[in-house]
Design a protein around this ligand. Structure first.
Ligand SMILES: C[S@@+](CC[C@H](N)C(=O)[O-])C[C@H]1O[C@@H](n2cnc3c(N)ncnc32)[C@H](O)[C@@H]1O
Length: 347
């Protein structure tokens, strides 16, 4: 399958799931054949991770494996296409300057789209901490005849990188579920303020919500292929939303970082959210769970269970659940970002 056909399939809203998967498999095959980077989610791949100050940059092999998170890849590719088109309307006189941070070895969110634009319509800056990923993308660009596009390759840490101009579009997908492990928060806080006024940051919003949920039942239903509508679960008394523990938007990321405090163990802790476990019938049947919802751009969203990066995360620190127990929850930024949970005691 040629890159053009892959892009057509991914962008076609009528493509059934099997066709989308087939297109992504073809994309991986093409990229692997050219670059020699073989997707690998195993422990061996972790050996190539870079442990940065604000989170883990996963190895080129593990980053390549992300392509197989089908709905994630499809939604982000569609979001990027829609965002570039929107940017062309907003900034009518000149090429659209795109900074793609954490492009990985295949630049998955942008590479399939390049052929849809004339070389003079875009200026593309690909940024990754791993030189091997940048070398890989350069080979694929050349092989696919895309080298007439204006593309620069930048090896740097996206949490500190200063771009010489203000891009119209920034793309950054450096995250796991619940914003754990990878540096999405710090990347957003650094790059979003560098956007051109009215520029577009992808993703536009990442929300992490704490709920009481019957996780085993939900997971079983999900595996059976049942639809899991959060509103229906809440209405049926099978889920209780407790709090939005973080809403990460490009507009607010820098402010949230500035308001954060330093912890004893050298983490930066965002302002905490307090929650109280409600009086709920059959509390023993519930788990405390973090759900991640992502708005990549406008209607291009990933909801609960739709992608690996929006799978629920059981929050064991709140277990066993007791009515009226109070907790303090905050995202901690450091070598391994994660939500920290502490029990609030009255004494
Ligand atoms: C989850 S992978 C995503 C790869 C690709 N964007 C995709 O969507 O398939 C994250 C990528 O971001 C890179 N990365 C993570 N943290 C980074 C940082 N602080 N600076 C630069 N690159 C980073 C990793 O090296 C990896 O290639």
């Amino acid at each position: 399958m040629k890159l053009k056909h892959i892009a057509d399939t991914l962008l076609d809203e009528a493509s059934p799931p099997a066709r989308l998967q087939e297109a992504l498999n073809a994309f991986v095959k093409l990229c692997t054949e050219i670059s020699g980077v073989v997707p690998d989610r195993s422990f061996d791949a972790w050996a190539g991770d870079s442990l940065l100050k604000d989170g883990v940059a996963i190895s080129p092999e593990a980053a390549a494996h992300c392509v197989h998170d089908t709905q994630r890849s499809v939604v982000f590719v569609r979001a990027a296409f829609a965002a570039i088109k929107a940017a062309q309307k907003r900034f009518a006189n000149g090429p659209i300057d795109i900074l793609y941070a954490g492009c990985g070895p295949f630049a998955t969110i942008l590479l399939p789209l390049l052929g849809r634009f004339n070389p003079d319509e875009l200026t593309v800056h690909l940024l990754d901490i791993h030189q091997r990923s940048l070398d890989s993308v350069a080979l694929i660009v050349k092989h696919c005849g895309l080298q007439t596009h204006r593309i620069s390759y930048l090896q740097d840490d996206a949490c500190n990188y200063q771009h010489p101009s203000n891009p119209h579009v920034v793309i950054a997908e450096t995250m796991q579920k619940s914003l754990e492990q990878e540096p999405q928060f710090a990347v957003t806080a650094n790059l979003a303020p560098q956007l051109q006024a009215r520029g577009i940051f992808i993703p536009q919003k990442v929300e992490v919500a704490l709920c009481l949920a019957k996780l085993d039942d939900e997971t079983a239903a999900f595996r059976r292929g049942d639809t899991l509508d959060p509103n229906a679960l809440v209405e049926a008394g099978n889920r209780y939303p407790l709090a939005t523990v973080l809403c990460l938007t490009p507009e607010d990321a820098q402010r949230l970082k500035q308001q954060a405090s330093q912890t004893d163990n050298d983490f930066l802790e965002l302002s905490p959210v307090n929650v109280t476990i409600p009086a709920t019938a059959h509390l023993d049947d519930f788990d405390a769970v973090l759900f991640t919802r992502i708005q990549a751009f406008e209607q291009h969203r990933l909801l609960d269970y739709e992608a690996e990066i929006t799978l629920p995360l059981r929050c064991n620190e709140l277990m066993p659940l007791h009515t009226e127990d109070r907790y303090r929850i905050s995202l901690q930024i450091g070598r391994y970002p994660k939500f920290s949970v502490t029990r609030i005691r009255d004494d």
